[in-house]
Design a protein around this ligand. Structure first.
Ligand code: SF4
Ligand code: SF4
Length: 492
């Protein structure tokens, strides 16, 4: 019988034009091949009509066999559709506690600070009860409560603390563990931070770089923002810094480091900072001891459209990221990008594909962190349910949830030949739905970034050295997808 590959193998441009990296993500294998090796692997996949006598190179075939590539193994990650077929019983809730914010970021997707609405306690309580009941019904050991946008959650202090105290008490009664997480902007009174931080399993703090960048992009200029910041830092000897969000965030990071809690920094790169990424990374390493630095390019949505904060040049972002990655490593840190995660095998970019339980101030359920406003043209993809005020129970639309299971790389035609498909898993549905239906859309600029950064990670993970510049063959063209040398070798 003809030997045949039993797992997908992809080819990634190697260190020289003569080298390809054969990559079998589901077997955690990557190895260097020349054109002859590539030809044999393609033949083993049946892509070239099978092995002919001229290709029967025994030592190479034996090596492929030793690596297990000819062996059938159940190695694919579970499909999303399978996990969205049953009842809707999430045990994680994200509460969008308030639209209020003390910053006025130029690119804010949520237009934080444009409202001061706060979630009513009845809504928060119903959401907490829902996940606790689900945990009991499914014999889960814990619930997770995440405090997130669409404004700055710590500004809704009374409800935030009430949620923590209520969830802790109920979980104690029900013998459940309770994890809390939060995304915050770092503009918070020291006393509050010292109370809150130790309660959180993980924290994400936003900081965009050195003061001239941070203060321009994330100014303390929400309507009433100065006053609120003033009152938050009163008595801390920082009154002279009240116009500078960067100085207050730096102080918050020092407190988090002193407390020894787990946190990461989220840094948004705009056109203003895209040419200064190495400097931005140096700065973040100087003002914080966190291991995790997350860089994301800004995206033209929300306030970014009004402020004309246009898309960052993807090649410039990749170039800066690759340099910043090495700087971060010198400091013992990790530079991350959400779509590039070669260390993970997954079928989902995020939990939006399986109906994440994110609750808005008015009691609606959106599966996406970024798309929640009723007038967002993308909301029909993510609007999965609502609190029924009459019963105090949440109801969801399972058809909308099931439809999202198609947003994955496993389902999308353009992703089939992409080596990043088991890592990226089809990209962010919110970004894709800005231009099309996330079930069959990809964004060539984002794919370029994802693939370049994933390639750099694969090189590091599998010992091929550091990637210091983008692979020129993939610069985005005016085509639906980046021009690429990648070819998927399908399973026989
Ligand atoms: S779809 Fe995109 S923006 Fe929405 S939660 Fe997922 S990753 Fe975040
Ligand atoms: S084609 Fe684009 S969206 Fe699809 S897996 Fe590859 S990088 Fe991700």
């Amino acid at each position: 019988m003809q030997p045949a590959l039993r797992t997908p193998v992809f080819f990634i441009p190697g260190r020289t034009s003569a080298e390809q990296i054969a990559y079998a993500p589901l077997r955690r294998l990557a190895f260097s091949v020349n054109s002859a090796g590539e030809k044999i692997l393609r033949a083993l996949a049946g892509a070239n009509g099978g092995l002919d006598a001229g290709l029967r190179q025994k030592p190479f075939l034996e090596a492929v066999e030793r690596m297990g590539l000819l062996e059938e193994l159940p190695d694919a990650p579970p499909g999303v559709a399978e996990s969205t077929g049953g009842a809707y019983q999430p045990t994680t809730v994200t509460l969008f506690l308030t639209g209020n914010c003390n910053l006025h970021c130029s690119y804010c997707y949520a237009r934080g600070g444009d409202t001061d609405s706060v979630m009513p306690w009845e809504t928060a309580k119903a959401a907490l009860d829902f996940v606790i009941d689900n945990a009991i019904a499914t014999n889960s050991l814990k619930i997770t409560v995440i405090f997130h946008g669409d404004g700055e959650p710590t500004l809704a202090w009374p409800i935030l603390t009430k949620c923590i105290e209520y969830a802790e008490r109920r979980c104690l009664e029900e013998d459940l563990a309770c994890d809390f997480e939060a995304g915050m902007n770092g503009i918070i009174a020291e006393k509050r931070l010292r109370w809150l931080a130790p309660k959180l399993r993980n924290i994400t703090v936003s900081l965009d770089g050195p003061p001239d960048i941070q203060d321009a992009q994330r100014p303390l200029s929400s309507p009433g923002g100065h006053e609120r910041a003033d009152s938050l830092i009163k008595g801390e000897g920082m009154e002279d810094e009240r116009n500078s969000s960067s100085r207050i965030v730096e102080r918050s990071l020092r407190i988090l480091d002193e407390l020894g809690v787990s946190y990461g920094i989220r840094c948004t790169i705009t056109r203003r900072s895209a040419g200064r990424i190495p400097e931005v990374v140096e700065y973040l390493c100087k003002v914080s001891q966190t291991a995790d630095l997350m860089l994301e390019p800004s995206f033209p949505e929300g306030r970014a459209i009004e402020t004309d904060e246009r898309e960052v040049d993807p090649a410039m972002f990749v170039d800066g990221f690759l340099q910043g990655r090495l700087i971060a490593r010198q400091h013992g840190r990790r530079l991350k990008y959400a779509g590039a995660r070669a260390d993970q095998i997954t079928n989902r970019f995020c939990e939006a594909v399986s109906g994440a339980f994110n609750v808005t101030q008015d009691g609606r359920v959106t599966s996406c962190y970024e798309v929640f406003a009723k007038d967002d043209p993308r909301i029909h993809h993510f609007d999965i349910g609502a609190l029924d005020p009459a019963t105090g129970r949440f109801g969801v639309n399972m058809d909308t949830i099931r439809a999202a299971a198609q947003w994955t790389a496993a389902e999308k035609a353009p992703c089939q030949g992409c080596f990043a498909r088991y890592h990226c898993a089809g990209d962010c549905a919110a970004k894709l739905s800005a231009t099309g239906d996330p079930k069959d859309t990809v964004n060539r600029n984002r794919c370029f970034v994802i693939r370049e950064l994933t390639r750099a990670q694969i090189f590091s993970l599998y010992g091929f050295g550091d990637v210091t510049e983008p692979s020129t063959g993939w610069i985005p063209q005016d085509s639906p997808m980046p021009s690429t040398k990648l070819v998927q070798i399908r399973m026989a």
